[in-house]
Design a binder for this molecule. Structure first.
Ligand code: GLC
Length: 472
């Protein structure tokens, strides 16, 4: 890279850097925000910290056949899960890509009717035995991975959409009721017994599978680092002032869906580059989920894209290309949201001579011809964006570990975090960087406990089944 360009790129990369001091400060701030959310009614300034009405962490002994429907980001998954009662389960599943026109230009009725049809078709294919007249009603756990105002295990109204969904008429409606109505229209013989966020599902399924006496770990967090990011953990009632806990007599606490995507929506401490601002303005929920917009898979590609466009507009890259195309850039680079995080994952690890592998990838995925110098710029920025995302991801995990240490003070086991999602699972080096940053924060200082990050693949379906198993 010529020295002038290098200077410019290093400056931009530095805007994405996260210092050790920041990690410590942000962890304190995160814990403070948890307390604010646990006492306040929902508002933009606070993390939602949603009580989930799940009062027990599974022991691994739960049994029976349950259905799960999982609406996450881009797919709807339908599963049946047989819990064997010995930490193991048998699972059948089908996965459907949500048509784009059901995510935005549509109505709640259309979306939920589509979901119900898929559950019904799944039963036809895999569980004919439940179709006969008079057969037992199957309980379904509905994983719905958006912020909901949950008022019972099987009741919750949508607060707002995230991750690119935008069906305004669905906001404030009970999503369990919507799904149930459409299942009943189809005479599907299914009862939606529980509503669970994907992070709650991940926590429960990991806890079910984890045989603590052998692994010497307790599962304390279920978290997603995928299209979006969020986490759930068990909180004691004395720390949830906004919940009337008198109804839960023999219980000690409840699983909380933090919706940490909305940590620091007021940007008191989060790093905020001009690129972050551009992206936020392009989303359907500006001003919300600003932490998520710096971390999760849906945004990493877009961050890289807007950063590159900025350097182009300052005449640092793609100048020749622009001229040779008669004054345009390839549309996959020019248009928002078309650069997938998966592409970044290949660019991140390219160590081929002259970054030839990146050349092919950029050509194939973006129809973008590049010079060696441009590829170096792209790789430097990709690494900076991913590094910031991974370091920020450590903050909520460390804060929760520190916070729940008290609950486990008489227990020798280590802490395990169950993690799911494409970014943590597939993005090269992401998980290691998260762990590195957790170690910098060192939330369990002074104790012998260690923190383990485990991939809890596809846990949310099993978790939803576990939620349904606790329903009456
Ligand atoms: C978004 C949703 C949240 C979900 C997360 C991960 O942040 O608001 O409910 O858990 O994505 O899928």
């Amino acid at each position: 890279m010529n020295s002038q360009l290098k200077e410019v790129v290093d400056k931009v990369a530095a805007e994405y850097s996260i210092s050790n001091e920041f990690l410590i400060k942000a962890t304190d701030k995160f814990e403070e925000s948890m307390d604010q959310g646990l006492k306040s009614s929902p508002a933009r300034e606070y993390m939602p910290m949603i009580p989930t009405f799940v009062t027990d962490i599974p022991t691994g002994k739960e049994r029976g056949l349950f259905l799960a429907g999982d609406l996450g980001g881009t797919n709807f998954r339908v599963c049946s899960i047989y819990l064997n009662g010995d930490h193991s389960f048998d699972l059948k599943q089908s996965k459907f890509k949500i048509p784009l026109d059901l995510m935005t230009n549509s109505t709640a009725e259309d979306l939920f009717s589509y979901l119900a049809t898929k559950v019904d078709a799944f039963l036809d294919e895999h569980h004919k035995e439940f179709r006969a007249e008079g057969s037992e009603i199957l309980k379904l756990g509905f994983t719905f991975s958006f912020p909901v105002n949950q008022t019972a295990l099987n009741k919750g109204t949508l607060i707002r959409w995230t991750k690119g969904f935008d069906l305004p008429d669905c906001v404030d409606k009970d999503v369990v009721e919507l799904l149930q109505t459409h299942l009943d229209n189809l005479k599907a013989n299914v009862k939606v017994a529980a509503l669970a966020n994907d992070t709650v599902g991940t926590l429960l399924s990991r806890a079910y599978s984890n045989n603590s006496s052998q692994s010497k770990t307790n599962t304390i967090v279920g978290a997603i680092f995928g299209t979006g990011t969020n986490g759930a953990y068990f909180e004691t009632f004395d720390k949830i002032p906004k919940l009337d806990s008198s109804k839960f007599k023999d219980k000690t606490g409840m699983v909380i869906n933090t919706e940490w995507g909305s940590f620091d929506n007021t940007l008191e401490i989060l790093p905020s580059t001009r690129y972050d601002k551009i992206i936020d303005a392009q989303t359907s929920n500006p001003g919300y989920h600003l932490f998520e917009k710096r971390i999760s898979g849906m945004f990493l590609g877009e961050l890289l894209r807007v950063t590159l466009i900025d350097l182009f507009e300052q005449n640092h890259i793609f100048v020749e290309l622009f001229k040779s195309r008669g004054g345009t850039l390839p549309h996959r680079l020019a248009e928002p949201w078309l650069l997938d995080a998966e592409v970044l994952s290949y660019l991140q690890i390219d160590d081929s001579t002259d970054l030839k592998m990146s050349e092919l990838i950029l050509q194939n995925h973006l129809r973008l011809p590049t010079t060696k110098e441009e590829r170096l710029v792209i790789q430097t920025l990709t690494k900076a964006i991913a590094h910031r995302a991974a370091y920020l991801s450590a903050v909520p995990l460390a804060a929760i570990a520190r916070r729940v240490a008290e609950q486990y003070k008489d227990d020798e086991n280590d802490f395990e975090f169950g993690l799911d999602g494409s970014v943590i699972e597939f993005y090269p080096g992401f998980k290691d960087s998260v762990l590195e940053a957790i170690n910098i924060i060192n939330p369990l200082k002074g104790s012998n406990k260690k923190i383990h990050l485990s991939i809890a693949k596809d846990g949310s379906g099993v978790g939803a089944a576990l939620c349904a198993s606790t329903a009456l």
